[in-house]
Design a protein around this ligand. Structure first.
Ligand SMILES: [Zn+2]
Length: 112
């Protein structure tokens, strides 16, 4: 099986087989990357890939998978970002054992 040279950020150049590589393409914006598990340190390495690199990898037999950006990115957001105070308030809100009852009570009041 042919060997492919790739670069791990920690280990430097490593040799891989075609089955060690996987091409990932974002179906939302078309960005592509390839990834592999480094045979030396076992960390997963992912690198952005231009179309020419993707074409070479795919024509060599590397498998390809698609993914998409989460739909939440298209949602309209109102208000400021969550602050540390908001997080602490939420923490204290759910610290008691009756938090679900209080939440349902607030919900039923707001639906009236
Ligand atoms: Zn490595």
């Amino acid at each position: 099986m042919p060997l492919i040279k790739a670069s791990c950020p920690s280990c430097g150049d490593v040799e891989l087989t075609l089955s060690d590589l996987k091409v990932m393409v974002c179906s939302t914006d078309g960005r592509a990357s390839y990834n592999f598990r480094c045979p030396k340190c076992t960390f997963r390495v992912s690198k952005a890939a231009e179309k020419a690199v993707v074409d070479v990898l795919l024509s060599s037999g590397v498998t390809m998978s698609f993914w998409r950006l989460p739909l939440e990115l298209d949602e309209e957001h109102v208000g400021g970002p969550i602050s540390y105070d908001d997080l602490m308030e939420f923490h204290y809100e759910i610290a008691g054992s009756d938090w679900l009852d209080r939440l349902n009570e607030k919900k039923s009041r707001s639906e009236e």
